[in-house]
Design a protein. Structure first.
Length: 298
């Protein structure tokens, strides 16, 4: 994922992830107004809070389409619900979370016949519904199998800060608290790290058959409590992992970084796409279809 806030009182942030199945060590936040900019760790759960916050933002995330009719979106474990054009949708912060989620999604289907797509989505928050952002889709295209396996959205942050001398690409190290949290996370997620059939990323390949599959988004019943169900799932996952709730995530993380702020003049995410060859590549990719399948372990 890549997230950038848009002019929130000159305290804009950028968040990127690296396609690691790791709730504590996958995400990084950069404070764009700091004199010295470097990535700081931020947890999956804090990212969830920023994604749903109504502050203006651009967002790159991932969508799962499958050949299962009316797949139950509420059965997700590693996905997140947001509003896109006023409708509830299931998205993932990285392709790895979508792949790992497949065995948790509720459907009765032969794994041999299961087909799916993972799409990269560019979203921008256009309005507020209740206390949450409602997004418009700016672009979307299918990932190839090798892209789903190797996608690392840090490349976008690197491109945006490429000519910024104040940016230091220096990763933070674990401290004792991080190690304790990581052990709890690993205990909770251990079975999904193991090679258990369809959940291994290296077992994803492209469907070469000329037959066209009809693929659709996960289905949500018309339930006014859909958003609250999502928040309940997040809280249950936090509780299982021994993680406390937090508030004012951006302010807390900035304060903990202990650095002074200054004006920011970095090029924004979608401006970067529009001004480079990558935008024309996205336009051409919109009409390409890449259907994926799962293979048995060797």
């Amino acid at each position: 994922m890549l997230l950038e806030t848009l002019d929130i009182r000159k305290k804009d942030v950028m968040i990127f992830s690296q396609n690691r199945f790791d709730f504590n060590n996958n995400f990084r936040i950069i404070f764009k107004s700091q004199k010295i900019k470097r990535p700081h760790k931020i947890s999956y759960f804090d990212v969830c809070e920023i994604v749903k916050d109504p502050i203006p933002k651009n967002l790159i995330v991932y969508r799962l389409l499958t050949n299962v009719t009316e797949l139950d979106g509420y059965s997700t474990k590693y996905g997140y619900f947001i509003k896109i054009n006023g409708k509830l949708e299931l998205i993932y912060f990285d392709p790895v979370f979508a792949i790992k989620d497949i065995r948790h999604l509720r459907f009765d289907f032969d794994p041999e016949l299961f087909r799916f797509k993972i799409q990269q989505l560019g979203l921008t928050s256009a309005r507020v519904q209740g206390l949450e952002a409602d997004y418009d889709e700016v672009f979307g295209f299918d990932l190839k199998a090798h892209e789903a396996q190797n996608q690392n959205d840090k490349i976008f942050a690197d491109a945006i800060f490429a000519f910024d001398d104040s940016y230091i690409d220096e990763d933070e190290h674990f401290d004792d608290d991080d190690i304790i949290i990581e052990k709890k996370l690993n205990a909770e997620l251990a079975r999904d790290f193991k090679s258990e059939g369809i959940t291994r990323l290296e077992n994803v390949s492209e469907e070469k058959s000329v037959k066209k599959e009809v693929l659709s988004k996960p289905h949500f019943d018309d339930d006014p409590k859909g958003i609250s169900k999502r928040d309940e799932k997040v809280e249950m996952l936090k509780k299982a992992m021994g993680i406390k709730s937090s508030s004012n995530v951006i302010e807390q993380t900035e304060k903990s970084s202990g650095q002074t702020s200054s004006e920011s003049s970095n090029e924004s995410l979608f401006d970067l796409f529009k001004s480079t060859a990558k935008f024309s590549e996205i336009e051409s990719r919109k009409n390409q279809s890449f259907i994926l399948k799962l293979q048995k372990n060797a």
